[in-house]
Each structure stands twice: as structure tokens, then as C-alpha cells.
Design a protein around this ligand. Sequence first.
Ligand code: ADP
Length: 393
Amino acid sequence: MLKEGNILTINGGSSSIKFSLYKTGEPLILLLSGEIENIGTKNAKLHYTNSKNKPRSTVNIKSKKSDEITDFLINWLKKQEGFDSVLAIGHRIVHGMQHTEPEIITPQLIKELKEISDFDPEHLPQEIKLIEIFKKHFPTLKQISCFDTSFHTSMPTVAKLLTIPRSYYEKGIQRYGFHGISYAYLLQELKRIEGDKTANGKLILAHLGNGASLAAVENGKSKDTSMGFTPISGIPMSTRTGDLDPGVVSYLMKHEKISPKQFNTLINHQSGLLGLSETSSDMRELLKSEETDVRAKEAIDLFCYQVKKYIGAYSTVLEGLDGLVFSGGIGENSPEIRSGICKNLLFLGIEIDESKNNKNEFIISSDTSKVKVYVIKTNEELMIAKLVYKTLL
Ligand code: ADP
């Protein structure tokens, strides 16, 4: 039997680290949660909430360097109640190639992740570094990787292949899909609240945050998803392009003399909502200015249009549709965007009840809608803690 203790979760992004501490048991109990934001700027801050500090408190961090900030976080965590009982650390790892389950991190796994670092240069190097710094501070503590790609390993080959020469597929260049930890959580929540039949139905899950994707799911298994080899493809995101005609790459390289590094910055940090609106990557800001700025309106319209297109595509992939789930910062909070996406989709059986939609209710479809439309707040940290707990048992 597992001895009592706590689980630390670490979710490291390019400019933020989210963390939480859960007490083991069923259910897991949240003891502490927080986030360091603005890493790499003069303005790095640690926000946290624990049972004594509600609402959240903030600590300023002097350093700009990500390694020093991680050391700061670890030294701060060491002083927090419950940290001395940590049994394991669960890391969100964006890319895990063919790994289907969470795994205890070994030197071999770190070597493998380093070898595929260039598959996702925006996330993987930072995540590996976090593991190594935690290892340096706590050499005997178990660290467990939870992969965002695992959820999609069930996709059929037809959804995994890219149409470049097959020899590249053998080198690992294929569609993987991401946001798997969030999708697994949404399915668990749907099952908990609505039961097995609903959770096993034909579902489209839409995780719409700064990073955004959709997944077509049946019997709890991913059949297709909009992100691919990297988290850049699919629908437009806050600063990522989403799908882009590959011919644009060689054209820009030839005519604008863009280097591979500049191109990577362009498609990851200067495109999507920010690139189109030329003002903001933040959906809330765009919604505020859409009446007065046509660029903001066009960025919003394009976002809704592309999500809608994927809903149409995935309804055919699933050969029918029972449920549509909205999640992520935009999906959970924006009635306007949900309404814009679902407009005139009655022919697919989707009809929104605007009064429920405006209140962000759990079910926002009308009573007569054939497809049930849900809003579920995702919780990747809790899902990581659950996966780690299951691995430790
Ligand atoms: P991340 O992918 O970084 O975790 P989030 O899931 O928090 O991001 O989503 C951030 C996005 O959600 C931003 O574009 C933000 O503007 C948007 N968002 C949050 N609240 C609202 C709201 N009330 N209306 C519209 N968009 C919102």
C-alpha cells in the first residue's frame, strides 16, 4: 500500500511554470497551487494560493534567468507546508512520441527526450531542464512524466501519416497531437457528471486557450486531432499560425530571406490572433475592440470560422456527433466565441441556448438540440496528479 504523502505537479511552459501540491488519496486534495509568470522578463512573479492564503498572494522574483527562477521556486517550495512529505513529482511533458502511459523518469528517458528536442523546441528543452534541476535538488525523489501526446497514440494510421515521403515517417515525422492531459481530464469529468454512455459517445473536444486544438473522440479514444507533428498546426492560436500552406515556407525564405530561426519565431510568436489583429494575442482584448477595429473583428471571425470547419470535419470523421465540449480560457469563458462557432450548425444537430451560454452553464445547448454542448473547466494539474498517483499505486 502507498504510504500517505503528497504529489507535486510541474507544468513548465516557455514563459511560465504552473505548480500544485496534492495530498494523496481518493479524492486527491489540493493543498497548494500557483504559477510563476513572465519568465525571461524583469517582471517575473510567483502567485500562489494555499489553504491559509485565499485569494492568491504574490511574490516578486528578481532574476530573469529561467534556471535561477527554477532554483528560486524550489527553495520557496521547500518552505511550504506539506512539501517535506512529497512522494513524487509529476511533470507535464508536451512531446512523448510513442509513449502511451506516464513513466518514471530515468536517464534513458531524458536521453530520448533530448534526442527529440527539436520536435518541439518551444517546450521540450525547458521541460527537460526543469526535470534536471529538480533531480539536482532531490536526487532520490521519483519524477514521473505525463505526456500530452499519449492520449492520441490511439489515432488510426490514416490520421497519423503526413504526406511527405514515407522515409520521414520512419524518422518519427508524423502527426502526434497535443493537449492530451486536458482531453483525458475532460473525458473523466464528462463521465463523472453524465455517465459512461455520454463519455463513450461520438465527441468533439475543443480546448481553446492560448494554445488551441480540437479532438475527435469515440469510446474514449482519440480518432483525430488538429495539432500535428508540433503544437503549431490546426486552428489559429494566440500567436501560432495553425495550418499554413507549406508553399509559404519556401516563398518567404526566397523572397524575404527569412532564416529557419526567424521562420520559427514567425509561426510561433508573431502569427495567429496577434499577427492578424496587429494589436493583441488576447481574445478578451480583441473582443473589446472588435466594434472599432476591423483587424480585431477579422481575427475573431477567422478563429470561429476555423474551429467551425474542424467541427464539420470531425463530425464526418466520427460519422455522427453526440457531444461537443468547450474548454480552455476562451472555451470556458467566452459566450461570444462559442456562439460564433456554433452559429447555423443546426443542420449538424447543434443548437445553443443563448441564455445558458451567457451564464457559462455546464450544458449550453437547447433542450431540443440533438448534440449536447458542454462547457467544462479543464484542470491539467489535477490530471497530472491523478496519473502520478495511479503510477505510484
Ligand atoms: P493557456 O493556453 O496559456 O493556458 P488559457 O487557457 O488561460 O491559456 O487561455 C487564455 C485565453 O483565454 C486568452 O486569449 C484569454 O483572452 C482568453 N479568455 C480568458 N477569459 C476570457 C473571457 N472572459 N472572454 C474571452 N476570452 C477569454
